[in-house]
Design a protein around this ligand. Structure first.
Ligand code: COA
Ligand code: ZN
Length: 297
């Protein structure tokens, strides 16, 4: 048996949030999540409890939560919560796992969640104190570079930044290449410093495919020992009105290559591909996946 790699599907959060041409009906979102589950995916970041003014597309977070929790109690379903308000809403619906986000780039942190680094850290501590049994993953956005500040080539600074979070009790950190600017050498350097600095920290990765490097970076991370990797169905993301913007590495492209290489994903590529094709037919957006465009075997 091959080495096990766990796929964390983030399309229903990271992909849907970028869809700006019309509201995706709640039933369609639930249907797509169901098709993802049917293909064998066990971990899904399926919505965000965010301000509907910031992201109107995910204003139905509570409704989606009620439906998917009832239908798929065996699946690890978790939302993004940018603040205590969102964490409380998720907790009160019965969720015990969520993602809180902070950007390594101070300017992106301000643009994304309107906070300084200090405010973000305090908010994280506040959420942990208010909901001690909520397993809170930290998404480190712009971990490799930022739309305003360019590429980050000092991995030791990432380790320094994370010390406060580790001391505050962070057990899982997802390194997010929000702008798809990472390369495999940078990925290797960052992972090796973080593994040395925090041997007990569980690391996940999340690469966008803006420059076509999502797969190379993800495979490099797996070679470095990371066994939890994020991807989005169809590679949905970016913005239809912003040329060049791109979504995450596509889940079906990733599952295909991992299955071909003999890794154990426990996911049916055919079934995930058909979910991606279905999604492309009902949700209008920017898709970066390759396999959804192949007509013949
Ligand atoms: N869910 C729903 N509503 C929320 C909320 C949440 N988690 N957090 C805040 N709000 C509401 C407040 O009630 C307030 O409403 P009002 O204007 O009707 O009084 C409004 O949003 C502003 O609240 P405030 O605390 O002043 O927040 P802000 O304006 O500084 O915005 C965030 C901060 C985090 C709420 C907002 O920037 C956000 O939701 N960003 C989304 C970030 C994101 O998901 N990015 C992509 C993923 S990385
Ligand atoms: Zn992302």
């Amino acid at each position: 048996m091959g080495k096990k790699v766990e796929i964390y599907e983030v399309g229903p959060r990271d992909g849907f949030q970028s869809v700006s041409c019309g509201q995706i009906p709640t039933g369609v979102k639930i249907d797509i999540i169901g098709r993802i589950v049917e293909s064998g995916v066990k971990h899904i970041e399926y919505t965000s409890f965010v301000s509907p003014k910031a992201i109107p597309q995910l204003a139905d977070a509570a409704e989606v939560t009620r439906a998917v929790m009832e239908k798929y109690p065996e699946i690890d379903l978790f939302p993004l919560v940018p603040n205590k308000h969102g964490a409380g809403a998720a907790y009160n619906l019965g969720l015990r796992r969520a993602v809180n986000v902070v950007s390594l780039s101070a300017s992106h942190n301000k643009a994304n969640i309107n906070r300084t680094h200090e405010q973000s850290l305090n908010a994280y501590i506040e959420i942990k104190q208010a909901y001690p049994d909520l397993d809170l993953i930290i998404d480190l956005a712009t971990a490799f570079g930022c739309p305003f500040e360019g590429k980050f080539n000092e991995p030791e600074k990432v380790a320094e930044f994370l010390v406060d979070y580790v001391e505050a009790g962070m057990t899982t950190c997802c390194l997010c290449d929000t702008v798809g600017i990472a390369d495999p050498a940078q990925t290797k350097a960052l992972l090796s410093i973080l593994k040395n600095s925090f041997p007990n920290l569980d690391l996940m990765v999340h690469f966008h495919d803006t420059r076509g490097a999502g797969l190379a970076n993800t495979l490099t991370s797996i070679e470095m020992g990371v066994n939890k990797v994020q991807a989005a169905l169809g590679g949905l993301g970016g913005c239809p009105f912003a040329p060049g913007a791109s979504g995450n590495l596509s889940s079906e492209d990733l599952v295909w290559i991992l299955n071909e290489m003999g890794y154990e994903t426990e996911i049916s590529f055919e079934s995930l591909l058909s979910a991606a094709k279905y999604q492309a037919g009902v949700v209008q957006g920017a898709y970066s996946g390759h396999q959804i465009n192949i007509q013949n075997k």
